[in-house]
Design a protein around this ligand. Structure first.
Ligand code: PAF
Length: 284
C-alpha cells in the first residue's frame, strides 16, 4: 500500500492505474483515527472497485473557530496499518497547504439542505465539507465514493452536490456501524471520559424508543422530540444540541409523521459533540 501526500502524485497514481486496466476507482474520504465504521467502507470499496483510495485529511475548513480542530484525534501510523489490513491500495494524506494553496478563494455551498440540523448549529461546516470533498473528487477522480450513514445530512448534501455539479461519481452510503452497546462508532468517541462513554449509548437508546413510539402509533413530532430529550435526562453529562424529526427529502422538520422520517440528534457528552440518527417509517 502506498501513502501519497501530493495532489499531482495522487492524480498520476489514479490515471496510471486506469491505464493499466483499473475500471473502477473507489474513494473513502476520512479524517483518520480510523474505526470499524471507516474500515467497513474500505472493505465495501475493496469488494466493488479495482483501485481503493482512502483519504486521511483533517479538513480545517469544516471546523468552526470554537471547535475541536486542534484536539481532533490523529494517529497516522495506526491508520495506515489499519487501512492496509482493510485492503486499501493508496492512502492520500495531504497537508493543509497542499490541499488549500495560498490564496484559495473558491467554495462549494449546497443551499437548503444545509439550513437545518448540523448546518444550523455548525455554521460554515458543510461549506468546508463540500469544498474539500469536491477537491478530493477532482484529485482522485473516483467512480464511487463511500460515506457512513451516521452522517446522514452530510451524505444527502454530498449527493446533491455531485448531482448539481455533474460530478461523475456514485455516492454510496453505508449503514452506521455501532459498538456492542449501540453507540455509533465515531473518531470523537475516543475523547469521551469513562463516565461520558458509559452515558453516550443513551442517545441511541432514546432514538430506538422514539422509533418504538412511532411504531405504536405516535405521529406528533413534538411528542417524539420531547420523549427523546426526556430520556436523555438519565445521562447527566448529556446536553442537547438538537433533536429533530425531519423529512428525508429536504431535512426540514415535519409537522406530522406521515411517511419516512429521519430522527436526528446531536448531543454533547461533556465537551464532545456526537451525532446519530435513525430512519423510521411508520407502519401502514
Ligand atoms: O465525514 C468525514 O469524516 C468528513 O466530513 C469528510 C467527508 C472526510 C470530509 O472532510
Amino acid at each position: 500500500m502506498r501513502v501519497i501526500t501530493t495532489k499531482t502524485e495522487m492524480r498520476d497514481q489514479v490515471r496510471g492505474a486506469r491505464g493499466s486496466g483499473a475500471a473502477a476507482v473507489g474513494l473513502v474520504p476520512t479524517m483518520g483515527y480510523l474505526h470499524e465504521g471507516h474500515l467497513s467502507l474500505a472493505r465495501r470499496a475493496r469488494s466493488e472497485c479495482d483501485l481503493v483510495v482512502m483519504s486521511i485529511f483533517v479538513n480545517p475548513t469544516q471546523f468552526g473557530a470554537q471547535e475541536d480542530l486542534e484536539s481532533y484525534p490523529r494517529d497516522l501510523e495506526r491508520d495506515v496499518a489499519m487501512a492496509d489490513q482493510a485492503g486499501v491500495d493508496v492512502v492520500f494524506h495531504p497537508s493543509a497547504t497542499e490541499m488549500y494553496a495560498p490564496g484559495h478563494a473558491t467554495w462549494v455551498d449546497v443551499e437548503g439542505l444545509t439550513d437545518h440540523l448540523c448546518g444550523a448549529s455548525r455554521p460554515g461546516h458543510f461549506r468546508g465539507v463540500t469544498t474539500v470533498v469536491s477537491k478530493l473528487f477532482a484529485v482522485c477522480e473516483p467512480d464511487r465514493a463511500y460515506f457512513g450513514g451516521k452522517d446522514a445530512q452530510q451524505s444527502l448534501v454530498i449527493r446533491r452536490m455531485a448531482l448539481d455539479l455533474d460530478q461523475a461519481v456514485e455516492v454510496i452510503v453505508c449503514a452506521t456501524v455501532r459498538e456492542p452497546d449501540g453507540l455509533a462508532m465515531s473518531s470523537r468517541n475516543a475523547r469521551l471520559t469513562s463516565a461520558e462513554r458509559a452515558q453516550a449509548p443513551a442517545m441511541y437508546r432514546a432514538l430506538l424508543e422514539a422509533e418504538g413510539s412511532i411504531g405504536d402509533g405516535e405521529r406528533d413530532p413534538h411528542v417524539i422530540r420531547a420523549a427523546v430529550i426526556g430520556r436523555l435526562a438519565d445521562a447527566p453529562s448529556a446536553s442537547v444540541d438538537y433533536v429533530e424529526v425531519v423529512s428525508t427529502s429536504d431535512l426540514r422538520p415535519v409537522d406530522r409523521i406521515d411517511g419516512e422520517v429521519l430522527l436526528a440528534a446531536a448531543i454533547r457528552f461533556g465537551a464532545t459533540r456526537l451525532i446519530d440518527n435513525l430512519l423510521v417509517s411508520p407502519p401502514d
